[in-house]
Every structure is written in C-alpha cells, then in structure tokens.
Design a protein around this ligand. Sequence first.
Ligand SMILES: C[S@@+](CC[C@H](N)C(=O)[O-])C[C@H]1O[C@@H](n2cnc3c(N)ncnc32)[C@H](O)[C@@H]1O
Length: 293
Amino acid sequence: MRTADTLLAAAHRAGADRLDAQLLLLHAWGRSDPGATGRQRAWLLAHGDAPVPEAVAELFLALIDRRVGGEPCAYLMGSREFFGLDLAVDPRVLIPRPDTELLVEWALEVLVAASAEVAGTARQVLDLGTGSGAIALALKHRLPALQVDAVDASAEALAVARTNARALGLDVRFLQGDWLGPASGCYDCIVSNPPYVAAQDPHLAALRHEPLRALAAGADGLRDLRIIIGTAGTHLHGGGWLIVEHGYDQGPAVRALFADASFAQVGTRRDLAGHERCTGGRVIGGKPPPMVK
Ligand SMILES: C[S@@+](CC[C@H](N)C(=O)[O-])C[C@H]1O[C@@H](n2cnc3c(N)ncnc32)[C@H](O)[C@@H]1O
C-alpha cells in the first residue's frame, strides 16, 4: 500500500504545488476540515508513513491530474473559506478571493457607523453580482440584524448562493436580474465585486475554469462598473455608501466614475499587496433612511 509521503512525492513529480497536494490528499482521504486546515496539515506531516487505502490513493492521483491540468483546488474540493465562512463553490460561481474581504471590512465599518448614527433601525444592504453569496453572507453573518438583498444575473450562481445561505442558516433575499434592475427601494450600503477584466486581457486564459460572465467586462473592463456607479445613487439613502472592488490599475478611472455620478467622500483602499482594490463614495443629500424598528 502507498504511503502519504510517496503519494505527495508523486504529486510533486507531476507538477502539483505542495500545499495543493496536501489539501487534495486530505480531501480524498475524507480528512479535510475547512475550519482546521492547519491542524489537518500538521497531522499529515506527522503521518507521512501512514498507509493510504488504495481507493483514496486512486482518487487523489485523479484529482492531482485535474489540478495539474489547471482546475482550481477550490472546485476540486467543492469549497472555499471566505471571511471565516465555509462556502460551497463549483464552476457555476467565481471562487471568492481573499482581496474581496477588504470590501466586506469596509462595508461593515460604514454599516456599524450608520447603525450608531440612527440607533434602533434595521440597516439595509444590497450585494450586486453575489456569485456564491460570499459578500452578502459574510455581512449577514457579522451583523445579523442587517436586511440583505443579493442580485445576480445567473440563475446557476444564485442556486449556489441559496445553498450556501441555507447551510449557514443565514437569511438573505436573493434576486435574479441585471444589476440594479431587481432593486426596489433604497439601501444604506450597496456593495459589488463585479466583473472587471478587459475582454482581451491575457490573464483570462489562466481563469478559464471560472465563469467568463463573472470575470470579463467589455473592452476596457469597466463596462459593469460604469453601469453600477452610474445607477446606484438612486437606490441609496442620503448618506448611503457605494463600495466596489476593481482591478489594480482601475483606481483613477473608477474614482472619476464616482465623481461623475456626484458621489462625495470618494476614496480608495489598497489590498495586502499594496494595489488599489476597492473604491467607495457616499451619497450626500437624498432621502434620509427610514426609522424602521
Ligand atoms: C466577480 S463575480 C463576484 C462574485 C462574488 N460577489 C464574489 O465576490 O466572489 C461577478 C458576479 O457578477 C455576476 N454578473 C455578471 N453580470 C451581471 C449583471 N449584468 N447583473 C447582475 N450580476 C451579474 C456574475 O454572474 C458573477 O456572479
């Protein structure tokens, strides 16, 4: 019978990354636990000479073949951790990225501040292009009193998001449609991680396993950001925020779109790599939020 070490060595020879191979072996062995990846990897390192059942070894080597062929680890394992939540993912949805946690943190800041300004009211948030539900579910998980709506054009993506919401016991209203089309009424905060890659960008080739609709946005990558920034203001209460994620080199163009749409307090935050990643702005004037108990 093959051992964990001999299988990991075979994966290495096939060209697989060491961490990916460890995670896939734990997954094939039924020993992966999204909440305890570090502990599970430590177990694997300490049990390199453990015999691996033949069926597990075969499954592992098949997964390694697919990984070396370019399929993302998250799809092979069927899950990805985001903001402390274990989310089911498959090729119907974009795999949530760690950079998007910046957007969630910023939205939480403005929503907590809004709640402090008008105590006792239920804050309302809208997530545009929800995909797996990552942003909407992270916000609802952190601030359970929030009323969260989440839109996606893809019925398939919404099926994944609904499955995640059910599994996590989080009450989010999912709506199918084109950006702000399904939105009725006004929100305290609108968040979006829309597609923002230019259609001819060579990086798209490396992302071929993820839905193109989640990634590409016209010739300059700004098609969807233009629509969202140009139309979100009419669905925000006075003082409400729009916060969007964008490409590392799109900050100046996105700030110009916010200025054209008359947003105030426009600012950009950088991701851990130091790249401009999220831009937000505030609607000044307009209707104040209602006093909803
Ligand atoms: C970059 S993915 C973001 C997914 C998720 N919010 C996240 O951060 O992981 C963009 C999402 O926008 C959705 N989308 C694309 N065009 C849309 C449109 N016109 N209206 C609504 N959603 C759209 C895609 O289906 C995809 O789920």
